[in-house]
Design a protein around this ligand. Structure first.
Ligand code: ADP
Ligand code: ZN
Ligand code: ZN
Length: 724
């Protein structure tokens, strides 16, 4: 009876694939294998070794080559991945593909574990001496003239160096080498004396090391959460264990890495999407062999192997960046909890604005809550004040009170932040004569005017067109931008405050990854300045001279059809407001709205996030929405509306009959047309997770064989975080 290997392949099919074992070597679960698949080859992961197969033995193909002598994925990770694929309804192979760095999904042996170093060749030294290069090349040559440097150091010192290095290496001026990582301790800097609340948090979590226990660390930005993380990581290191720290995408600044490394005195392995594939694979492998003690990473780092796990931390746990929104739709925070349980370690979720899910878990006693209320080193929390915009003369969307506050702030030599969560110049371009407005032909939504680029851009599908000079309908020349985006606010602020530097921070001005940090770095701490920008401004490094935060227009968030909009808005307002008064100077926050009586805003401003969250939770409980019910969203889109409708109707009919299941739809998506495709959905809801999940897999399998499924694109989203 031949043994059979059950292999997960990176294809969007819901099955594992059976193969005969390779001619040489012994494949076991967790090893990678190269197999024939269709007309090509694929790298897969052996999930199980079975004695028998359902496919008749003669039709089975043989594994071409075994890629790992010992399992690359350990038993815990294999089990967690199988669980994750099942829970989020992923194809098994997609879960494994998400867990493995790209370089390890190729049919090559794992890369050597040395650190990457760069140095000048003799031609490079001559070029440096001759001063024959300019710009980035010159800077890089100068950096390396003093001696070789590691890739990690280069990334910290010279963002974007890799492109330059590649060019200079091709010209024979640079050389790349690999060295084994130093195992000596780096000098560690001193921790501040923790305050009482921090000490309590550290001792409480510290007492749970070695066992599974979730904690919610509730403290606003600047309350000292990172110091708590650092103290706990020190304890974990002292026990010879590993710590994993997850951060949402935007928070991962080089500063964070440096702060960790300087304090802990060990190498911090970084895992995020902007690393070179080689670096990513090396960091992953060092975690796997236990030599990486502290791992800092974004969403996908939740899959890092942790053979000596001691602690998992999820910073800014409420951040939606933890949910992957395409392909394999997992949630890294939720997976962190699953892993912590499997590994028998505590998991610490930190946030100043915890998600309602986590608050509900804390309320139900599943998580233990730790509070950090005092802000170390600050005088008092910022004062928040509402500006009623009704019946006010607005200057490009800004009220006189708001402009006065900015003027006073910069006159004192301090900095102001003007927050508006919309890029571009204006969200609508309107013809004053006939009422025509510019609309995306593929989405039926208004195009955003980007005046600097003289373009109209669709923020939903990226459709772009030149800004018209005259109205395409009536020929009038009076085309008026309606509403404000960051670009327009920037223009208005520059004309109002010509003496003060105005810095715009949004996706347009910060295309390059490090541009944001670099932009902020140009701000002198003690000089007046005005920052204007989007959500990106909610985070980033400390601006001690920032004392005014002006929030312009949050009213869209109060009208949204998404039931999570209130929660998001409250989180955003608190996060942005938290930027004011971080140092010794007291801060002030102004919130401009047409709805000063709105219940959520009033609670938020009068009693803070915790009170607002309590009200939102009570509402959710009353109308049985998550976290008090469980949802799965079937999305479908197609160029033709009939095809989409037919599929969703069939999908509806394929559902089991159950009075435990509430079904909404088939119905058009909140955005029924996007990028030229008709979109619809079917929402399932149940009071128990178990009821819902019990029927999902068989339903999913039924959907894959529906004839109407062939004419649509469809996906299932378990615990969706938005309904679009
Ligand atoms: P968070 O992670 O909650 O945003 P941090 O841990 O980064 O907060 O702390 C904010 C600032 O306060 C940092 O500059 C940090 O060094 C400082 N800080 C934190 N705790 C203390 C303390 N106990 N004593 C003095 N300074 C502290
Ligand atoms: Zn017109
Ligand atoms: Zn569009």
């Amino acid at each position: 009876m031949p043994a059979v290997l059950r292999v997960a392949l990176p294809v969007p099919l819901l099955t594992l694939f059976d193969y005969l074992p390779p001619a040489a070597g012994e494949a076991c679960a967790g090893c990678r294998v190269l197999v024939p698949f269709g007309r090509g080859r694929q790298v897969g992961v052996v999930v199980a070794v079975e004695a028998e197969t359902a496919v008749s033995g003669s039709r089975l193909k043989q594994v071409i080559r075994l890629l790992d002598e010992t399992p690359l994925l350990d038993a815990e990770l294999m089990q967690t991945l199988a669980w994750a694929a099942d829970y989020w309804l992923g194809a098994p192979g997609e879960a494994y593909a998400n867990a493995l760095p790209l370089a390890l999904r190729e049919a090559k042996p794992p890369p050597a574990l040395g650190d990457e170093y760069w140095s000048l060749s003799s031609a490079g030294h001559s070029a440096h001496d001759a001063g024959s290069r300019r710009g980035g090349s010159k800077t890089l040559l100068a950096l390396l003239a003093a001696g070789s440097m590691s890739a990690q150091d280069l990334t910290e010192r010279l963002p974007g160096w890799r492109e330059t290095a590649r060019r200079l290496a091709a010209a024979g001026l640079l050389e790349r080498s690999e060295r084994s990582p130093p195992d000596r301790q780096l000098p560690a800097s001193l921790a501040p004396q923790l305050n009482d609340e921090q000490q309590l948090a550290v001792s409480t979590v510290g007492a749970s090391l070695g066992q599974y226990q979730p904690f919610l660390l509730d403290g606003v930005t600047g309350s000292g959460k990172t110091e708590v993380y650092l103290a706990l990581i020190e304890q974990v290191l002292a026990q010879g264990k590993q710590a994993l720290l997850l951060v949402p995408e935007i928070g991962l600044a080089p500063q964070t890495v440096r702060r960790l490394r300087e304090r802990l005195g060990v190498i911090v392995e970084v895992l995020h999407s902007n690393l070179s594939e080689g670096d990513r694979a090396r960091a992953w492998l060092r975690a796997r062999n236990g030599s990486a003690r502290v791992i800092l990473g974004t969403r996908s780092a939740v899959f890092t192997p942790l053979p000596q796990a001691g602690l998992i931390i999820v910073d800014e746990e409420h951040d939606s960046a933890y949910k992957q929104q395409e392909g394999f739709r997992y949630h890294a925070r939720d997976l962190a909890l699953v892993r912590a349980r499997a590994l028998g370690v505590p998991v610490l979720l930190g946030s100043g604005t915890p998600s309602l899910e986590s608050l509900a878990n804390a309320e139900a006693g599943r998580y233990r809550t730790l509070h950090l209320r005092a802000r170390p080193g600050t005088i008092r929390p910022p004062q928040v004040q509402i500006i009623d915009m009704r019946a006010q003369r607005l200057e490009h969307g800004m009220s006189p009170a708001l402009l006065t506050a900015i003027a006073e702030t910069v006159a004192r030599g301090e900095q102001a932040l003007v927050f508006r969560n919309r890029r571009g110049y204006a969200p609508v371009l309107l013809c004053h004569s006939c009422g025509w407005h510019a609309e995306c032909p593929r989405c039926d939504r208004p195009l955003t005017l980007h005046a600097g680029r003289r373009q109209l851009i669709c923020h939903h599908c990226d459709y772009q067109t030149r800004m018209p000079v005259t109205c395409p309908t009536c020929g009038a020349t009076e085309l008026k931008p309606q509403g404000q985006g960051t670009e327009r606010l920037e223009e208005a602020l520059i004309s109002q405050f010509p003496q003060v530097p105005v810095l715009r921070v949004d996706r347009e001005t910060t295309r390059r990854r490090d541009a944001f940090e670099q932009l902020l770095a140009t701000l002198k701490d003690d000089q007046p300045a005005i920052l204007v920008g989007t959500q990106m401004l909610a985070k980033g490094h400390d601006l001690p001279n920032l004392t005014l935060v002006a929030i312009v227009g949050v009213d869209e968030g109060l009208h949204s059809v998404d039931f999570r909009a209130g929660e998001r808005l409250a989180q955003l307002v608190v996060q942005v407001a938290g930027r004011a008064g971080r140092a010794r100077k007291p801060g002030r926050v102004l919130l401009q709205t047409h709805q000063p009586e709105h219940a959520l805003l009033r609670t938020l401003l009068a009693h803070g996030y915790a009170a607002a969250a309590r009200e939102l939770l009570a509402e959710r409980r009353q109308i049985q929405l998550p976290p008090y019910s469980y949802q799965v969203l079937l999305r479908a889109d197609a160029p033709m509306r009939e095809h989409m409708d037919a599929f969703l109707t069939d999908a509806h009919a394929a559902l089991p009959v159950s009075d435990q299941l509430q079904i909404a739809g088939p119905m058009p998506a909140p955005m029924p047309l996007r990028a030229g495709r008709q979109r619809g959905q079917l929402l399932l809801e149940a009071g128990s997770r178990h009821t819902l999940h019990a029927m999902l897999r068989s339903w999913q399998l039924a959907l894959t064989v529906l004839p109407s499924a062939r004419r649509v694109r469809w996906s299932l989203d378990v615990d969706p975080i938005d309904l679009y």
